[in-house]
Ligand binder design. Structure first.
Ligand code: TXE
Length: 480
């Protein structure tokens, strides 16, 4: 049994009410740990520690802040195997994925923002006619709140914390109650790296209690949130009258548009990955596949054949492609969409059933599922499923596919496969998404703006966008 504690003021602590929640291992459905069921009182203690730490941290030499963040990155890199094992156990993702992607990326987040802050410049404007100089300061906000989800636990947790700290803020953070383990382990690394106590505080608990208390706290002045769109809307409503800065990275229903002139084999291999990586539980997964009519039947055959080769298995097995879904309730939600497909007479081309993995019969496993839908209007094409389920349908013209791609409430990312440059430019200009990948998927560069349009969120993360979010600008005008 792993006992996870809050990390407040550099120390591991029980919740003040001594109430705890069970933490499940999705690969076998068993409880393997417990986490604090923290309340607003714990959040307030964390806030006070952060507020006390703020003057020293914000006034620290930038090189010194940068050095500590890079040290955290190095310590994480040295413990990739340990963290990957924890992440895989907590989330159900294949160990190979956690080792190759999640934990290295968490380390990169600290390294990247540790370096980025040393390059973060602000503007100045001289008005010679009026003999005035304007310059803009970018000052840390104070104590900020970071709330992250369960799909890429440490990866997204650190994607918020690293820029917040780099910019000189102190943080009260809450990882998802479903996947708290690697955030817990991070506390020790922060101490080892010499992060002063109180600069980062990690409070565990339910979204509706602990998360809500962070959002409602009158003196936590900015909230960076990644999670579901409904939760994002609730947070926006709560934060608005308190005039908090908000960054919301929410759900997606991303189109994957495939033209006949693409590099077919590359497209096929990448499309399997963009559909099912992390059991399809990535907000960037291409969940609606649109294929040009002339290659539709061939694609259907080849894609289904490749998907059927994916191995569903225990996350710790290195040959596993598809691990366990994150929770029982999430598995049931995803299965609900497959049932809906049957009711609406869509065609399930492969998958569709829960999988029983030998010796782990109570784990949350599901076959990778491909569904041929009749139209883009069905709920399977309009709502975020967030599991190993993709839909496919043919299109006949550029105009038709653009209309379908854009006619959802979400606008996070899109993928386009074509070798026609003019078409690429036309479509990229018209797609209503914050991110477009052409002839690739999930090729990330941490300097680029990251986030969505429409119901996929507000604001952008990444690069200097994140540092701008976590700072207040102050313009100073001097008459000389
Ligand atoms: O996320 P929640 P859920 C989508 C996906 C999924 C759906 C719901 O479709 O099926 O959202 O997932 C905290 N105040 N995504 O319910 O609740 C919560 O504790 C403050 C897309 O698991 O949004 C957790 O730390 N915080 C997504 C975090 O919010 C609150 C990734 C996210 O949980 C809160 C995950 C409140 N009132 C799910 N209520 C993506 N964009 O990548 C909850 N939380």
């Amino acid at each position: 049994m792993i006992i996870i504690q809050n990390y407040i003021n550099g120390q591991f602590q029980n919740p003040l009410n001594d109430e705890w929640l069970d933490n499940y291992n999705p690969s076998n459905g068993e409880v393997y740990g417990r986490i604090p069921n923290s309340t607003g009182e714990d959040v307030d203690v964390a806030f006070k520690a952060a507020r006390t730490a703020f003057p020293n941290w914000s006034e620290k030499n930038i090189e010194e802040r940068s050095r500590i963040l890079i040290k955290i990155s190095e310590l994480l890199e040295a413990k990739v195997a340990h963290f990957a094992e924890a992440e895989s156990k907590d989330n159900g993702k294949p160990i190979n994925l956690a080792k190759a992607v999640d934990i290295p990326r968490a380390a990169s987040n600290f390294r990247f923002f540790g370096n980025a802050i040393t390059q973060f410049a602000s503007e100045s404007h001289e008005n010679v006619g009026q003999q005035a100089l304007n310059y803009t300061l970018r000052q840390p906000i104070g104590v900020v709140g970071c709330i992250s989800p369960w799909n890429l636990p440490l990866y997204l947790f650190t994607w918020k914390i690293a820029p917040a700290l780099a910019a000189g803020n102190c943080v009260v953070a809450k990882p998802s109650e479903i996947t708290p383990l690697t955030a817990y382990l991070l506390g020790e690394i922060c101490n080892e790296a010499g992060l002063p106590k109180g600069v980062l505080n990690i409070v565990h608990g339910l979204g509706t209690i602990t998360g809500q208390a962070i959002v409602e706290h009158p003196n936590i002045k900015a909230i960076s949130f990644t999670g579901g769109t409904a939760t994002g809307a609730h947070i926006a409503r709560t934060a608005a009258p308190l005039f908090k800065k908000l960054s919301l990275e929410l759900g997606g229903k991303n189109p994957n548009i495939i033209f006949a002139d693409c590099d077919y084999e590359d497209m096929l291999t990448t499309t399997v990955r963009s559909s099912f990586a992390n059991q399809g539980q990535i907000c960037l997964c291409g969940s609606r596949i649109f294929v040009e009519n002339s290659i539709y039947e061939k694609f259907k055959r080849d894609f289904v054949a490749k998907v059927q080769q994916l191995i569903v298995g225990h996350p710790s097995n290195t040959s596993t492609n598809i691990g366990a879904l994150v929770s029982k309730s999430h598995l049931e939600k995803v299965v609900g969409y497959i049932d809906q497909a049957k009711v609406e007479n869509h065609t399930i081309l492969c998958g569709g059933k829960k999988v029983t993995v030998k010796n782990y019969e109570n784990g949350y496993y599901l076959e990778p599922t491909v569904i041929e839908v009749k139209s883009n209007e069905c709920s399977l094409n309009q709502e975020e499923i967030f599991g190993p389920v993709v839909t496919i349908m043919p299109f006949h013209s550029e105009k038709e596919v653009l209309e379908m791609a854009n006619s959802v409430k979400y606008g996070l990312s899109a993928t386009l496969w074509t070798n026609n440059l003019k078409r690429t430019m036309r479509i990229c200009n018209q797609l209503q998404t914050g991110i477009v990948w052409v002839n690739t998927w999930m090729l990330r560069d941490l300097r680029t703006p990251f986030g969505g349009m429409k119901d996929s969120g507000v604001g952008r993360e990444g690069g200097f966008e994140a540092l701008r979010f976590f700072t207040e600008s102050k313009n100073i005008c001097i008459k000389y």
